[in-house]
Design a protein around this ligand. Structure first.
Ligand SMILES: NC(=O)c1ccc[n+]([C@@H]2O[C@H](COP(=O)([O-])OP(=O)(O)OC[C@H]3O[C@@H](n4cnc5c(N)ncnc54)[C@H](OP(=O)(O)O)[C@@H]3O)[C@@H](O)[C@H]2O)c1
Length: 248
C-alpha cells in the first residue's frame, strides 16, 4: 500500500539509468510506487533502491523486434494486468565528429532512422502494446519531448529535433484516441537540464535563459509526477514547457 492508502501503483519508465529518468525513479519510489525500468544495460547490482532485478527490463529500444519482445515481458511482470503510468523518457541525440551538430545535410540516414526508432517509434509501440493495462487503471502516458522540437537548436541535431517534433504530434493524436478510453496522454518538453545529454558550450545558452541557470533532473521529475497523478486529472494532449523561460 502507498502512503495514501490506495493500492500500490506501477510506473513503466524508459531510460531510467541516468539523468531525468534516474530522478524520476527516485521521485515515484519515494511516493510509494513500484517502478519498472527499461534500458540497454542490465540491472545494476549496487542499485540503491528497494527495487530488484524483477523491476528492470533490459531492452534496446532502437531495435523494433526487441521492443516488441519487451512489451510481452513487461506484461508478464504485471500480475494483476494493471499499469498506472507509462513514461517514454529514453532518448538519443547523436553528434558528428568531435561533437559536431548533425544537420539535415550531413545526418547519415541510418542515424536518422535509429533516432526515430528510439525517440518516436518505441513510445508508440509501448503505449499501444500496454493500452489494455493502462485502461484498467485509467492511467496516464507522458512523452518526454524537447525544446529542440519547436525550433532549431545550436547543438541538438536535425534527426533529434524532428523526432521530438513528431513525438509532440503523436502526443496530440494519442490524446484524442486514448482519451476516449480514459487514458490521458501529455508531453513534457525540457530545455537545458543538467544531464550527460548536454553539449560543451551550453553555458552560452544559459546566458539567454531568463532564469540564468540549467534546470535539474528532479525539477523535471516533479512535473512528470504531476502528469501521472490526480493533480492533472483533466489535462490531456498538453505539452508542458520546463525551461526557465527559454522559449519566451
Ligand atoms: N537533458 C536535457 O537537457 C534534455 C533536454 C530536452 C529533452 N531531454 C529529453 O529527456 C529525456 C532524458 O534525457 P537525459 O538528458 O536524462 O538523457 P541521458 O542522461 O542521455 O539518458 C538517456 C536514457 O535513455 C536510455 N537509452 C538510450 N538509448 C536507449 C535505447 N536504445 N534503449 C533503451 N534505453 C535507451 C539510457 O539508458 P542506457 O544507456 O542504459 O540504455 C538512459 O537511461 C530524453 O528523451 C531527452 O531527449 C533532455
Amino acid at each position: 500500500m502507498s502512503g495514501t492508502n490506495q493500492p500500490r501503483r506501477t510506473l513503466l519508465l524508459t531510460g531510467a539509468s541516468r539523468g531525468i529518468g534516474h530522478a524520476t525513479v527516485k521521485r515515484f519510489s519515494a511516493a510509494g510506487w513500484r517502478v519498472i525500468t527499461c534500458s540497454r544495460h542490465a540491472f545494476p547490482e549496487n542499485c540503491p533502491w528497494e527495487m530488484g532485478p524483477e523491476d528492470h527490463i533490459q531492452v534496446d529500444l532502437g531495435d523494433e523486434a526487441d521492443t516488441r519482445r519487451a512489451v510481452e515481458e513487461i506484461k508478464s511482470r504485471l500480475p494483476d494486468g494493471k499499469l498506472h503510468a507509462l513514461v517514454n523518457n529514453a532518448g538519443i541525440s547523436p553528434k558528428g565528429q568531435g561533437g559536431a551538430r548533425l544537420g539535415t545535410i550531413d545526418t547519415p540516414e541510418e542515424t536518422w532512422r535509429k533516432v526515430f526508432q528510439v525517440n518516436f517509434f518505441a513510445p508508440i509501440l509501448l503505449a499501444r502494446g500496454l493500452l489494455e493495462e493502462l485502461k484498467r487503471t485509467q492511467g496516464a502516458v507522458v512523452n518526454v519531448t524537447s525544446i529542440a522540437g519547436m525550433r532549431v537548436h545550436p547543438f541538438a541535431g536535425a534527426a533529434y529535433a524532428t523526432s521530438k517534433a513528431a513525438l509532440v504530434g503523436l502526443t496530440r493524436e494519442m490524446a484524442a484516441d486514448f482519451g476516449r478510453v480514459g487514458v490521458r496522454v501529455n508531453a513534457i518538453a525540457p530545455g537545458e537540464i543538467d544531464t550527460s545529454i548536454l553539449s560543451p558550450g551550453t553555458e552560452k545558452i544559459v546566458e539567454q535563459i531568463p532564469m540564468q541557470r540549467l534546470g535539474t533532473p528532479d525539477e523535471v521529475a516533479k512535473i512528470i509526477y504531476v502528469l501521472c497523478t490526480d493533480t492533472s486529472s483533466y489535462l490531456n494532449g498538453a505539452e508542458i514547457h520546463i525551461n526557465g523561460g527559454q522559449h519566451v
